[in-house]
Design a protein around this ligand. Structure first.
Ligand code: FAD
Ligand code: NAI
Length: 468
């Protein structure tokens, strides 16, 4: 008789594979279904990991070209070897996806490659790679099918001239002119990669600001830094059409509020206007799993969908589309299934934009607090006043600590600076424990480190920063 699993997870991105491993650790018999040849989902195959491989390599390329001479290192102008840079990216992907395969095996998780669908509460159908179908019986199902690129109506993504992030991670040559549609995380990260490698990059954004949702004051400074690096911005502008030509593409633009159309030429157009939940072919309607108006699977606090025994996590449900959010939900739902108290604290999920400098944020922005009518104090400390930042010529940016005016509890921390993505976590730990700016200010920080600016910003909440 075929085995009945405790849990079948559909999709092995950061949400799915982490959920499967945690469930196996807790003694469950687990099977995963994945339609890709490799595990790791968007994140490891075409997202976080490959983008960071190219961001790192292109950052060093730019540093070697422009930043070494002032440090007394004279080298000839660096030459780009794009095929080798792309091979580095592929090696990083291969190493990471191979690691997940190893972990699934180590945790005795059965793997089925094919496209999963939910036939009924306890039955997952799989269209296998060889064209046959199979049915897996299970007590619980976790849907972790992630997200897909959002498209602009009437604009076809061919992944050559008009590309999504996936195509932008594997361009065969450096475009002369690149138009990035959307000043979100993908647009600024992948725009940075190709600008550093020599492209002229223009970012077209519908809103009148970059990185909506992140702290506005931090983003304004960041935009000025990006403009100094060579980015051109067209904010408050919408793309009304993209026409492919022999040389590339002609993009039609219009003020967001309406007005005269203008056209700009580009070799490559990157569409980065967000991502949408991916539920195609899962058969959700037939089993009665409800979705909201944005197509996201609806879940309760325990990640259960409208059908008992069917759960969902990651990009396919509400909340930030971030790998670590998906992972934490994977752990939480596995623990809930094991009768434990799995939980995700959505107030303390860091977000990082891996540009140079980086932006890292956790908790509330000033805009959030104003909208909620919370009275707060701000402490800000610039990296120009930090010894280590000066030694490394990384003086751009600042740390900003926002604390409740009455209780001093830290409500948000925003860092713009080199290495911000590593520095943010002391703030996350502090906030997880409900700490105050006083707690942070009285914690000894090693000297000389960039992190001293975090302590100084906490001191600045009470107007007692020492080095400013
Ligand atoms: P996914 O990673 O999308 O995985 C879903 C998996 O389900 C896929 O493998 C898919 O093949 C599979 N699947 C779907 N349907 C079926 C089916 N019917 N049957 C079987 N399998 C199925 N986030 C960060 O936190 N940091 C970053 O630096 C970052 N960088 C990014 C860069 C880019 C270019 C992109 C596009 C995204 C980035 N993200 C980043 C977002 C991150 O990739 C996602 O938030 C994360 O991958 C979501 O995880 P998930 O498990 O929910 O879904
Ligand atoms: P995003 O939501 O971050 O940004 C999309 C941008 O496009 C927004 O600024 C939006 O106002 C703009 N926009 C929307 N429609 C437009 C239009 N028609 N014309 C012009 N501008 C338009 O989405 P993005 O950058 O595509 O990233 C998708 C997801 O992937 C994000 O949710 C993000 O969390 C995740 N991601 C995370 C990364 C990280 O954590 N470092 C890196 C890359 C992606």
């Amino acid at each position: 008789m075929a085995e009945v699993y405790d849990l079948v997870v559909i999709g092995t991105g950061p949400g799915g594979y982490v959920c499967a491993i945690r469930a196996a650790q807790l003694g469950m018999k687990v099977c995963v279904v994945e339609k890709r040849k490799t595990h790791g989902g968007t994140c490891l195959n075409v997202g976080c990991i490959p983008s960071k491989a190219l961001l790192h390599a292109s950052e060093l390329f730019e540093e070697a070209g422009h930043e070494f001479a002032p440090l007394g290192i004279r080298i000839p102008a660096p030459e780009l070897d794009l095929p080798t840079m792309m091979k580095h990216k592929q090696d990083v992907i291969d190493g990471n996806v191979g690691g997940i395969q190893f972990l699934l095996k180590k945790n005795k998780i059965d793997v089925v490659h094919g496209t999963g669908s939910i036939l009924s509460k306890g039955n997952v159908g799989v269209a296998l790679e060889d064209g046959t179908n199979s049915v897996i019986e299970t007590r619980n199902i976790v849907i972790a099918t992630g997200s897909d690129v959002a498209r602009l109506p009437g604009i076809e993504i061919d992944e050559q001239v008009v590309v999504s992030s996936t195509g932008a991670l594997e361009l065969a040559s450096v475009p002369k002119k690149m138009i990035v549609v959307g000043a979100g995380v993908i647009g600024l990260e992948l725009g940075s990669v190709w600008r550093r490698l020599g492209a002229e990059v223009t970012v077209v954004e519908y809103l009148d600001r970059i990185l909506p949702g992140m702290d506005l004051d931090t983003c304004k400074t960041f935009q000025r830094i990006l403009a100094k690096q060579g980015f051109a911005f067209k904010l408050g502008t919408k793309v009304t059409g993209v026409e492919k030509t022999e040389a590339g593409a002609v993009v039609s633009l219009e003020p967001a509020a309406g007005g005269e159309t203008e056209t700009v030429e580009a070799d490559v157009v990157l569409i980065a206007i967000g991502r949408v939940p991916y539920t195609e072919g899962l058969g959700l309607e037939a089993v009665g799993v409800a979705r909201d108006e944005r197509g996201r699977i609806e879940v309760n606090d325990h990640f259960q969908t409208s059908v008992q025994g069917i759960y969902a996590i990651g990009d396919v449900i509400r909340g930030a589309m971030l790998a670590h959010k998906a992972e934490d939900e994977g752990v939480a739902v596995a623990e809930i299934l094991a009768g434990q108290h799995g939980h995700v604290n959505y107030d303390v999920i860091p977000g990082v934009v891996y540009t140079m400098p980086e932006i890292a944020s956790v908790g509330k922005t000033e805009e959030d607090l104003k909208a909620a009518g919370v009275v707060y104090s701000v402490g800000k400390f610039p990296f120009t006043a930090n010894g280590r930042a000066k030694a490394m010529r990384h003086t751009e940016g600042f740390v900003k600590v926002i604390a409740d005016k009455a209780t001093d509890r830290v409500l948000g921390v925003h860092i713009l600076g080199a290495g911000a993505g590593e520095m943010i976590h002391e703030a996350a730990v502090l906030m997880e424990f409900g700490g105050s700016s006083e707690d942070l200010a009285r914690t000894c920080h090693a000297h000389p480190t960039m992190s001293e600016a975090v302590k100084e910003a906490a001191m600045a909440v009470d107007k007692r920063a020492i080095h400013m």
